[in-house]
Structure formats: structure tokens, C-alpha cells
Design a protein around this ligand. Structure first.
Ligand SMILES: [Fe+2]
Ligand SMILES: [Fe+2]
Length: 205
């Protein structure tokens, strides 16, 4: 049984532990993909800094986005260090069909609604990543101490990020986001299962 409380996450579909065992077969590819995701997460938080939902933004907006961006850059630093120590190097380009499909849910150009959707997509990605880190921590336990330590630490951090994005989405609108969040969770469950397997963070089994 997992020591990482995946059950706290609202995801509608659980990734089998087998996924983690399979992706750990190629740590270089996995770490490279992961490094790019951390870089994109840092960019996303910085980008949100410039997408103020109101002027001035909610009191916690700037501090929260800076906090997330700083965490993500730290994660990028740690993941890249591990990647390089193992003989890898970050590739120039990177694609993430999972995130691209989730971004397709965003109501672009619809002002406030776009902000809510962007925050919900960010929360979803953090949520799924959090689940995946928990599985990776479990699968690497007793197999690869360095990776086990990495994934255990990241699980804690990403769990906090998911909560921050969801809280921000609730804060910036007077309307309930519950229905939208429920829809996004349903869509995410479909999208994640449509991803082909690869040694990456967001493939399916
Ligand atoms: Fe991160
Ligand atoms: Fe994160």
C-alpha cells in the first residue's frame, strides 16, 4: 500500500503502479521529459504573474505565483543535475500532448473565464504529476535511492501547488467553479488514458 496519500487527490482515474515500474526502465528519458515539465511549470507560473485577473490582482496572487515559479526552478535544477550526473543532457525540443490537450479546454479570449480555466488546467497538471511522483517514489523504493529521494520530495511540493492553483481559481471569481472543475476532472481522465506509453511523466501504461 502506498505511503503517499494519492487518495487525497481528486483525480477520477488512478494510474496503475505498473506504469512507474515501466517508465523507470529508462531514467534518462524520464528525467529529460521531467526537466522540461519543470521548466514549463516555472514558465507557466511566471506567465500567470503577467495575467492579472483583476487590477490590482488578489492580494496573494503575485506572492503565490512567485512562490510556485521559484519551486519549479528549484525542481528543474535538481532534476537536471541528476540527468547530467547520469550522462544525459536536456533535449532542445520537447512535446507534451497531454498538456496540449488540456490547454484545449481553456476558454481563450473570454476574460475572467480564461483565467479560471488556466488555473484549473494548472491544478490538474500538478495533481496528475503529484500522483505520478507518488507512484515513482513507491516503485523506486529499494531500487534506486537517489530517484526515490527525488520523487518523495517532489510529491510533497506538487501537492501544495495543486492546492494553490485551485485556491486562486476560487478566489478570482464570485461564481462557483465546482461544475467547471468537475468537467475538467472528467476530461482529464479521458485525456490521460489516450496518451501512448513512453518513458515520460504523462503517458499511459
Ligand atoms: Fe515541479
Ligand atoms: Fe508544481
Amino acid at each position: 500500500m502506498s505511503t503517499y496519500t494519492i487518495t487525497e487527490l481528486p483525480l477520477l482515474i488512478s494510474t496503475p503502479l505498473e506504469w512507474a515500474t515501466k517508465v523507470l526502465a529508462d531514467p534518462i528519458d524520464l528525467l529529460n521529459d521531467h526537466a522540461h515539465l519543470e521548466k514549463k511549470a516555472a514558465n507557466n507560473a511566471m506567465d500567470m504573474l503577467n495575467r492579472w485577473p483583476t487590477n490590482p490582482p488578489p492580494a496573494s496572487w503575485v506572492a503565490n505565483m512567485i512562490h510556485v515559479a521559484k519551486d519549479e526552478v528549484e525542481h528543474l535544477h535538481v532534476v537536471n543535475k541528476l540527468l547530467e550526473r547520469r550522462g544525459g543532457v536536456m533535449s532542445k525540443s520537447h512535446k507534451n500532448a497531454y498538456a496540449a490537450a488540456l490547454n484545449g479546454l481553456i476558454r481563450l479570449g473570454e476574460g475572467h473565464k480564461e483565467h479560471v480555466d488556466r488555473l484549473l488546467v494548472s491544478a490538474l497538471i500538478e495533481c496528475r504529476s503529484c500522483e505520478r511522483f507518488a507512484l515513482l517514489a513507491e516503485a523506486s523504493d529499494g531500487v534506486d535511492d537517489e530517484l526515490h529521494h527525488l520523487y518523495s520530495e517532489l510529491w510533497r511540493s506538487e501537492h501544495g501547488h495543486y492546492a494553490v492553483f485551485l485556491e486562486m481559481a476560487r478566489l478570482i471569481t464570485s461564481e462557483s467553479i465546482d461544475e467547471r472543475w468537475a468537467l475538467f476532472l472528467e476530461e482529464e481522465a479521458k485525456i490521460i488514458q489516450q496518451q501512448p506509453f513512453s518513458c515520460s511523466m504523462h503517458g499511459w501504461v
